[in-house]
Design a protein around this ligand. Sequence first.
Ligand SMILES: NC(=O)C1=CN([C@@H]2O[C@H](COP(=O)(O)OP(=O)(O)OC[C@H]3O[C@@H](n4cnc5c(N)ncnc54)[C@H](OP(=O)(O)O)[C@@H]3O)[C@@H](O)[C@H]2O)C=CC1
Ligand SMILES: Cc1cn([C@H]2C[C@H](O)[C@@H](COP(=O)(O)OP(=O)(O)O[C@H]3O[C@@H](C)C(=O)[C@@H](O)[C@H]3O)O2)c(=O)[nH]c1=O
Length: 289
Amino acid sequence: MSLRIAVIGRHGQLACSLRKTQPSHISCIYVGRDEIDLFNLAELEKTLADIDIVINTAAYTSVDQAETDKDGAETLNHIAAEHLAQTATKIGYRLIHLSTDYVFSGIPGKPWTTMDKPEPLSVYGKSKYAGEQAVIRSGVQAAIIRTSWLYSDTGNNFVNTMLRLLNNKHSLSVVNDQLGSPTSATNLSAFIWAMCQIEYWPQIIHFRDQGVTTWFEFAQEIQRQASEIGILDSHCNLMPISTDEYGGPAPRPLNSVLDMSDTPDLVEQHSWQFALSEVLHRIKHRGEG
Ligand SMILES: NC(=O)C1=CN([C@@H]2O[C@H](COP(=O)(O)OP(=O)(O)OC[C@H]3O[C@@H](n4cnc5c(N)ncnc54)[C@H](OP(=O)(O)O)[C@@H]3O)[C@@H](O)[C@H]2O)C=CC1
Ligand SMILES: Cc1cn([C@H]2C[C@H](O)[C@@H](COP(=O)(O)OP(=O)(O)O[C@H]3O[C@@H](C)C(=O)[C@@H](O)[C@H]3O)O2)c(=O)[nH]c1=O
């Protein structure tokens, strides 16, 4: 019998990407906040009764806003994850739970391994780490997949923000002292679908595209590639700044590079520059369609 999977989240960028890349032999439902109340345990049990694997993509992802809405972040990133894990222990599904590079403090030096102890700086990072711990504490068969700097052709993400700003502004300052790895939601989706088809899951997994960069260099590459394929006619002057100069409500890690040495080898790995070119071409073709 084919696997029955439920993706929690419907309109988010990862949920949309999972839907677009779903293998045909897998049967999957996508449940957004209109279909499921993550705070009603009886409803969770009922809706997820026949499910083999739940993929939890739902999250409070507004990093700056979370600083003044601690309850909102905590409720969705921690309590909802705890409810999904508790329900799993009752009715028996396996859980893939998404988490973030922002669980780490960002001390520069080396990529963060799955053995390193998280010490999140921001409200968002703290609430995501609390969610991870709730999943582990529940004892459910689960994989916590940490990823970083996620983007896709749709949704609210750095690539779409930069395309908009580069188009509208004469100059733009972008931080150049935070190190990390942009990750295409398409590549992460391929990895998640591959995970669904294996039995043994490590408890914590790091997945990101290949290579390390800064937000400033990422912005430069977005401008270069988007101009080259004709979706941006930008004379915007990009300027590197420090995290201190940028300011902003939420503290962000200076180093959030995830070590992937113990990540299961399930899919082809792509450089972040190649992954970006695929996403920009999708945006171009949508504009032409
Ligand atoms: N974006 C990024 O850069 C990164 C994201 N991650 C993690 O990856 C996962 C997916 O992120 P991404 O797809 O970018 O997130 P999005 O912000 O695009 O989507 C978040 C999802 O959360 C759901 N949601 C929001 N509020 C509620 C609520 N009150 N009740 C129920 N559901 C709600 C939305 O549901 P609905 O479909 O109903 O609208 C949406 O599907 C998250 O766990 C995130 O922490 C990790 C690293 C980087
Ligand atoms: C828009 C903008 C941002 N920045 C900086 C702020 C920040 O340090 C960095 C990225 O800003 P953003 O607000 O786009 O991204 P941010 O919300 O920090 O992104 C994070 O989202 C959460 C959900 C995650 O889990 C992380 O992995 C990460 O992707 O760029 C500039 O320097 N200039 C700008 O014009």
